[in-house]
Design a protein around this ligand. Structure first.
Ligand code: C2E
Ligand code: CA
Ligand code: CA
Ligand code: CA
Length: 289
């Protein structure tokens, strides 16, 4: 038994070393990637569920690693946040995303037949980590990017997490208010998974609640899950916030969320995250329909 235990430890130690090594390597590689801007964005449609119309896209970053291929953000955002690289990555993401929105806006303004269709400009929704939001000059940067692109602030939504609101931080509060007064919309991402002290909702300056996909994924499975989602949607309504359900994978998910009066949804049922040229195609197809 003792021998087996030691064997187990060795195995454990080996995996531990591998994990630490991997993390160090990842960190070094990420350093290089940030310098070379080896990142790309994908855009996932956000849909008004009742009409099926695309109202915006969430920008999702991918790291183009020479050997590993496209590395998903869950595997590097935390490290980037720890090392501070998130600020450089975040700047890049913001600029690309605003550039994409300006492309959609031109596309929307000028139809192929030369006519103008009366459609709202699709917005781009950008994930902003706490460290990035707190970095000096963030608000100025956002306003500058919009001005440079000639975009109205309503073309941009920023997704923050409950973590940013956890501390009673006057600067964060002030910056959120500034951005909103400017016309940029603010969403709480992964709503309900965080530290969920609901007290911040009493007064925090936000516009949208994004219902985490862990709730959406199970909504069809039980009355309990439905009650939770129902509660979140009602809360949003009462506070005059728009609700967006993430992770809509099946028609059953969509129908249930529609029945619960959740107005907006996003997920594989509608589309996976798309490369920019495919997002442009997606809008063109919808505009022509
Ligand atoms: P998130 O903000 O909650 O983004 C939604 C995630 O769900 C995305 O994963 C998306 O690809 C995935 N997803 C979309 N539809 C479905 C569906 O129907 N089913 C399931 N199971 N998943 C779906 P992704 O792109 O891997 O991003 C993971 C997380 O990384 C994001 O979660 C976000 O927290 C973070 N992230 C992504 N891009 C950025 C960024 O530019 N900056 C920062 N700070 N974080 C980012
Ligand atoms: Ca998000
Ligand atoms: Ca989310
Ligand atoms: Ca998340």
């Amino acid at each position: 038994a003792k021998g087996a235990g030691r064997g187990q430890w060795r195995r454990y130690e080996a995996t531990l070393h591998a994990a630490v090594l991997q993390r160090l390597e990842l960190r070094a590689a990420l350093d290089r990637a940030a310098a070379d801007q080896d990142f790309t964005l994908e855009y996932q449609p956000i849909v008004e569920m009742a009409s099926g119309r695309t109202v915006g896209f969430e920008a999702l970053v991918r790291w183009r690693h020479p050997a590993l291929g496209l590395v998903p953000p869950d595997e590097f955002i935390d490290i980037a946040e720890e090392t501070g690289l998130i600020e450089a990555i975040g700047d890049f993401v913001l600029r690309q995303a605003v550039g994409a929105a300006s492309q959609w806006s031109k596309q929307n303004g000028a139809q192929q037949d030369g006519t103008q269709k009366d459609r709202a400009q699709p917005y781009v929704s950008v994930n902003v980590s706490a460290r990035q939001f707190r970095s000096p000059g963030f608000v100025t940067k956002v306003r500058q990017e919009l001005a440079d692109a000639g975009l109205p602030p309503s073309a941009l939504m920023l997704e923050i997490t409950e973590r940013l609101l956890l501390r009673d931080d006057e600067q964060v509060w002030h910056d959120l208010t500034c951005l909103r007064e400017h016309g940029v919309r603010i969403a709480i991402d992964d709503f309900g998974t965080g530290f969920s002290s609901l007290s911040y909702l009493r007064q925090v300056p936000i516009d949208v609640l994004k219902i985490d996909k862990s709730f959406t994924a199970t909504v069809a499975s039980s009355a309990r899950q439905q009650a939770i989602v129902d509660g979140i949607v009602r809360l949003a309504q009462t506070l005059q916030l728009d609700a967006v359900a993430e992770g809509i994978e099946t028609a059953a998910d969509r129908d249930l969320l529609c029945d619960l009066n959740c107005p907006y949804g996003q997920g594989f049922l509608y589309s996976k995250p798309l490369r920019l040229d495919d997002a442009v195609e997606w809008l063109r197809f919808e505009n022509d329909a």
